[in-house]
Design a binder for this molecule. Structure first.
Ligand code: FAD
Length: 539
């Protein structure tokens, strides 16, 4: 068969029409011989896609079975009619204009039209029209393929509606929501997230959240996708620059499986695990909690300070009363030795005074408030001092005092009593503020620093007040010593109590002899370098 065809085409008989030669030249040769032309017709006829062939005016010349089935018209009803027979007359004229102008340029056109079946039912037709050129290069036919895409379109529209709905709900949610890919890139976010982005002046909030949550996320990432648990209500503090304070968020994360796009992953089902991050701002609640904690701490510190001051004051008073009583007792003893057994009215009077003095002293001793028992804990002095500054903030602001707080990072902890240490530094800070209220004071600044020294943690509180003269640097620690000019009614027990607390913690407190810009008080407490808990006993 193949040889016959080849010999016919190599020397066609004289007078054979050129269309016949062309038609035989187009026959497809396969391994098994030549494919009969009827195969092509049957392939088109049995195709599940509606196929039609029209003349250049879109008048129908041929339709296949699928076309009849889809439109409801028979072949007889269609041949010779224009394709516009299918138009439901709602497709915009611009679409038809585009179709015809594309075809006029001999290019294929694809688009969606609204068609009507014979029974009046409408469907969306996804239509592709391709021009077929004759030997002269002119378009002599159009080949049209179309299929009903109403179902697909409905599905797309439902999906779109659902997406819009989900997006509006997510957008309206008063929490920050962001979907992050495995590299931490934001794939989807909501209005609250965008607002936070603005508040952070363009710095990606997701980066900060991931930084703060890295421990829990990394832990989860080690597990396989199906075993990841996510996390719930992890508190994160975002520090804002440009003078704005920190903001707090309660963060939860859920791992979301996301199929990779693209043909390569159509069947493989490989998935990427994205993280849906939900952050609820709790700054207000946090501030309220802070406020409650501060108020409680303030009240407790005031109570402890009062108790300690009363105890120290009474002890000082007892000590001071004891001295004249001791002198009187000595005088009575001398007088009794010198007397020759006769009753001496002066000795009697003095003895009565001594007796009633001792009764008073024992009353005072009984009135001494008991020292509250506080356990020893490892304590970070930076936290203690920060709390003390926070507790004193109203006074500092009210009296226009600037505090330069320069803690050294990662100082070792000290073993101590939480509230006793707070009272100590509160006392020293109060003293520094009092010093700024003294007459010679020109600047109103207090600098507080912490640093780790050899086996110790040192806290230095410097003020710009009048300072303490060289000869007074020891007496200021004695009971009832007070030289304030503007705080005259202080009992002068503050530094005595401070010294007592420092001693109880095995540390030392002294006034820096080399500082001349005011007063600099150094407190050095033993560092808990080996984390060995000290005994609860007072040293
Ligand atoms: P018409 O008066 O027919 O035409 C409207 C506009 O179309 C005119 O203003 C003009 O810009 C352009 N136009 C029409 N005929 C020609 C032309 N011969 N040459 C250049 N521009 C022209 N339409 C459907 O609604 N559903 C179909 O399934 C469909 N299938 C088609 C298949 C093929 C192969 C082709 C070529 C066209 C098909 N059309 C189909 C388009 C159809 O022929 C009509 O143009 C369309 O239906 C609009 O018909 P009408 O009567 O509303 O307006």
């Amino acid at each position: 068969m193949e040889e016959i065809l080849d010999s016919f085409l190599s020397s066609p008989p004289a007078g054979t029409p050129s269309e016949v030669i062309e038609a035989f030249g187009r026959l497809v040769k396969t391994q098994d011989g030549v494919l009969p032309p009827s195969v092509f017709l049957e392939a088109v006829e049995q195709s599940p896609i509606a196929i039609s062939i029209t003349d250049p005016n879109a008048d129908i010349l041929y339709v296949n079975h699928a076309f009849e089935k889809l439109t409801g018209y028979t072949e007889d009803e269609l041949i010779g009619r224009n394709q516009s027979l299918l138009s439901y007359k709602v497709t915009p004229s611009e679409v038809y204009n585009d179709l015809w102008s594309t075809l006029a340029q001999q290019r294929s056109w694809n688009g969606v039209l609204v068609n009507r079946r014979k029974d009046g039912g409408r469907y969306l037709a996804d239509l592709t029209v391709a021009p077929v050129q004759g030997g002269d290069g002119e378009t002599c036919y159009f080949l049209a393929l179309h299929r009903d895409v109403t179902g697909v379109h409905d599905l797309e529209r439902r999906l779109r509606n659902q997406k819009v709905l989900v997006e509006s709900v997510v957008d309206a949610a008063p929490v920050v929501i962001a979907l992050l890919d495995s590299d931490g890139k934001v794939l989807l976010d909501n209005h609250a997230y965008k607002k936070l982005l603005g508040d952070m002046r363009g710095k990606e909030p997701a980066d900060r959240f991931l930084e703060e949550l890295c421990d829990v996320i990394e832990e989860d990432r080690k597990r396989s996708n199906s075993k990841r648990t996510g996390f719930v209500n992890r508190e994160v503090e975002l520090a804002f620059e440009h003078g704005l304070t920190s903001r707090w968020f309660s963060c939860s994360g859920v791992w979301v499986n996301k199929t990779y796009p693209g043909a390569d992953f159509y069947f493989s089902g490989d998935k990427d695990c994205g993280l849906l991050l939900v952050a609820n701002e709790i700054t207000h609640q946090k501030k309220q909690q802070e406020q409650i904690k501060m108020n409680a701490m303030r009240a407790l510190m005031a109570e402890q300070q009062l108790g300690r001051a009363m105890r120290e004051t009474l002890s000082g008073a007892i000590y001071q009363c004891q001295a004249p009583l001791n002198t009187a007792s000595a005088v009575v003893a001398v007088m009794e030795r010198r007397g020759d057994g006769e009753v001496n009215p002066a000795v009697t009077a003095l003895s009565e005074i001594i007796q009633s003095g001792e009764a008073v002293l024992s009353c005072l001793q009984e009135a001494l408030p008991a020292e509250s028992i506080e356990a020893n804990f490892p304590i970070n002095l930076n936290e203690v001092i920060k709390d003390v500054i926070d507790v004193s903030i109203q006074r500092l602001l009210g009296e226009s005092v600037i505090v330069a707080w320069e803690p050294e990072k990662d100082i070792p902890k000290v073993i101590g009593r939480n509230y006793a240490l707070r009272s100590l530094f509160k006392q020293l800070l109060d003293n520094a503020v009092d010093a700024l209220n003294e007459p010679e004071c020109r600047y109103r600044e207090i600098a507080i620093t912490t640093r780790a020294l050899d086996g110790e943690v040192e806290v230095v509180i410097r003020d710009t007040g009048p300072g303490i003269a060289q000869d007074k640097r020891l007496s200021v620690f004695e009971p009832f010593y007070s030289a304030w000019q503007n705080s005259k009614f202080r009992p002068g027990m503050g530094l005595t109590i401070a010294l007592e607390i420092v001693r109880q913690h095995g540390g030392e407190i002294f006034i820096d002899p080399h500082y001349h810009g005011g007063c600099a008080i150094h407190v050095c407490l033993p560092a808990n370098l080996n984390h060995k808990a000290l005994s609860d006993e007072v040293p």
